[in-house]
Design a protein around this ligand. Structure first.
Ligand SMILES: C[S@@+](CC[C@H](N)C(=O)[O-])C[C@H]1O[C@@H](n2cnc3c(N)ncnc32)[C@H](O)[C@@H]1O
Length: 458
């Protein structure tokens, strides 16, 4: 691999006698990981069901290595939102931020959702996840992954940090900043990153990171936790950015994060020498079976206040529709009717923490339940993904080995006359091995396909 000369020289300086081990790590294969969606399946059940050879990633409770020759993204269980494909070191930041059900959480640079999906799962449907990304196209991919994972309590936002600050000052219990960075830790995984590094290197990103972290820090409540991560090695983007925040805002202090034998300490001597910086963590590819990463966990001093519900400026346009109610009565998942909102034809189940977001570019507020059309209600793909098979009154369950499963995902009409159903006409929740995939409409043993067109198996 052709590594830039200035990068190589700096790595030699940083790593000294370890440099040879580091450079040899480029001869090894990159590692492939998948992270299980524990809101949909337990690890025990997943290990039994998983059709791929997997073995545990030792520092990630729900992470597994898989063999790079396999294609887990081309499997019905992927379409059931059962797991997310993610490089093992990239699983670490979300695993080290202690998010609890009921927390208000900001993922500041969230797309395409590798960390937001894990943070959302930890909320267990309680509290709020604000998942933001400045790129609109990437935010769309983020929304899809959040929906696929079945996370209902979200705002998916497409904004700058300073704009968000005007709405969310001292609002969040936990914040993750998985910052845009020069990507040096991913050169092995994706050598094309080297050419973008040559265009915009550490200096460019360090400036951006400093702007983001200082603004995001002001959105954290006193008593809250902020986790900063990058996938790069350069000290100015890592210890340098953390030191910058500590210098700007005296309320912040570094705290130790849950360790692992392969983690290395931060390197104070590469920034201003403050010993505190050794509480940061570096992941090196020559010390762990993973690519390069950096993390710092910060605590904002002070007493934590509990958020109140209901922004009084926010007026819900309530749903008053018999056809909607008739459909919702088929669902056993608890849906508080006070938080159902109608916007045009679309019906949302919004968070109790909803805010008046006028002026904010957002892609989604809450769970899209579906659309009221003339004389019928059409449930959304997102609703199918939030439900469990037991939470809808009529399901069509297909085995993973039934060739109708992939046909369904491809958008085909199915003959299901051999399958016993509770209601032999109308909406059915289509499942693979009792894990929901989407909707279909049954009539005379034929299932009309209602799987989301843009999610179809290609
Ligand atoms: C390292 S990636 C995030 C990866 C993501 N956390 C995940 O795990 O899938 C950094 C993201 O920051 C976004 N970004 C860049 N500048 C930003 C800014 N000023 N504010 C918010 N997001 C920004 C980029 O669009 C990019 O998606």
């Amino acid at each position: 691999m052709n590594l830039p000369e200035s990068f190589v020289n700096r790595m030699k300086e940083i790593l000294e006698e370890e440099y040879d081990d580091y450079i040899r790590s480029y001869d090894n294969q990159r590692m492939y990981g998948l992270r299980v969606n524990t809101s949909k399946i337990s690890l025990e059940e997943f290990e039994k069901l998983c059709p791929f050879e997997i073995h545990k990633i030792p520092w990630i409770p729900n992470g597994y290595y898989y063999n790079g020759n396999e294609h887990p993204a081309k499997h019905p269980y992927y379409y059931a939102g059962m797991y997310y494909l993610q490089e093992p070191s990239a699983m670490t930041p979300a695993s080290r931020l202690d998010v609890q059900p009921g927390d208000t959480v900001l993922d500041m640079c969230a797309a395409p959702g590798g960390k937001a999906t894990e943070l959302g799962i930890k909320l267990k449907g309680e509290g709020l996840l604000v998942a933001n990304d400045i790129s609109n196209s990437r935010a769309k991919a983020l929304l899809k992954n959040i929906e696929l994972f079945g996370i209902p309590n979200v705002f998916v936002v497409n904004e700058t940090a300073d704009k968000l600050l005007t709405y969310f000052e001292e609002y969040f219990d936990k914040i993750l900043i998985d910052a845009p960075c020069s990507g040096e830790g991913m050169f092995r995984k994706d050598p094309s990153i080297i050419s973008s590094w040559e265009k915009n290197g550490p200096k460019f990103y360090a400036k951006l990171q400093r702007e983001i972290i200082v603004q995001a820090a002001r959105m954290l409540k006193p008593g809250g936790l902020l986790l900063y991560s990058t996938c790069t090695f350069s000290p100015e983007e890592n210890e340098g950015t953390i030191q910058y925040l500590l210098d700007q805002d005296a309320q912040f202090e570094l705290v130790e994060l849950k360790g692992y034998e392969g983690f290395d300490n931060g390197r104070p001597e590469l920034a201003n020498g403050s010993k505190e910086l050794s509480k940061c963590v570096r992941i090196w590819p020559h010390k762990m079976e993973a690519e390069g990463h950096f993390m710092a966990l910060l605590h904002k001093k002070g007493e934590m206040q509990v958020n109140g519900f209901n922004d009084t400026n926010y007026k819900i346009v309530k749903a008053d529709s018999d056809i909607l109610e008739e459909f919702l009565n088929r669902i056993s998942m608890e849906i508080d009717r006070n938080y159902i909102e109608v916007k045009g034809q679309r019906v949302f189940y919004i968070s109790k923490y909803m805010k008046n977001l006028r002026g904010v570019r957002f892609l989604r507020s809450g769970l899209l339940l579906g659309e009221i059309k003339k004389n019928r209600f059409e449930p959304s793909q997102a609703l199918a993904m939030v439900l469990k098979a037991t939470e809808f009154d009529s399901i069509i369950n297909l085995s993973v080995n039934d060739n109708r499963t992939v046909k369904y995902l491809k958008g085909e009409t199915l003959d299901v006359s051999d399958i016993a159903v509770k209601r032999n006409t109308g909406w059915q929740l289509v499942c693979v091995d009792y894990h929901p995939l989407g909707w279909g409409k049954l009539s005379n043993g034929t299932l009309k396909n209602k799987y989301n067109v843009s999610w179809r198996w290609q």
